[in-house]
Design a protein around this ligand. Structure first.
Ligand code: HEC
Length: 153
């Protein structure tokens, strides 16, 4: 019995070790301070920048905070695939490389997916209560979006 428990514990540690190094490589984890997109336009100094970082930053920026289970195979595969897909669609850390047209589209979609509740994904907010957006947060994001779009006409 003791041996069985030890074996299981060992296997779990091995999976965590494997998942940890793999997932760091798969999504290129960087320190949160590095390359903080909240210092860049159009997020700088804005409450909306903080809201988006809190609710979307894990999947839509290079500053992903992986939870501990994000290092455990096979969950880590599922999570890192999501992060890669999310970044492909929209990556705040690469915002400055987007064309004016693309920025406009993204700002519009951000308001859209937030107000319909499509983002953040339900599976994510179930595990990250801090990422849930209230009615006021959503409204603030869409007001910001309208402003951003209006300014760049
Ligand atoms: C758990 C990871 C995750 C979080 C958190 C997340 N997204 Fe996404 N997002 C994705 C993935 C994966 C896709 C691509 C697949 C899809 O469209 O469902 C995506 C796609 C998108 C798209 C493009 C799709 C479209 O219909 O235009 C936008 C815009 C977007 N997300 C905005 C946001 C915003 C804004 C937030 C925060 C409120 C957010 N996402 C939070 C994973 C995430």
């Amino acid at each position: 019995m003791k041996l069985l428990v030890l074996t299981i514990a060992f296997l779990m540690l091995a999976l965590i070790a494997l998942g940890g190094s793999r997932s760091r490589k798969r999504i290129g984890l960087v320190s949160p301070e590095a390359n903080d997109y909240r210092n860049a336009e159009p997020f700088r100094g804005s409450q909306v920048g903080n809201t988006l970082a809190r609710a979307c930053g894990d999947c839509h920026s290079n500053q992903t905070n992986l939870p501990w289970y994000g290092h455990v195979v096979p969950i880590s595969w599922w999570i890192t695939t999501h992060v890669r897909e999310g970044r492909q669609e929209l990556n705040f850390s690469e915002w400055s490389t987007y064309s004016a047209v693309r920025r406009r589209d993204e700002v519009e979609s951000i308001c859209g997916v937030i107000s319909t509740g499509r983002m953040p994904p339900a599976t994510y907010s179930a595990l990250h209560p801090e990422a849930r957006l209230g009615a006021l947060d959503k409204e603030a994001v869409c007001v910001w979006a309208a402003n951003e779009i209006g300014m760049k006409k």
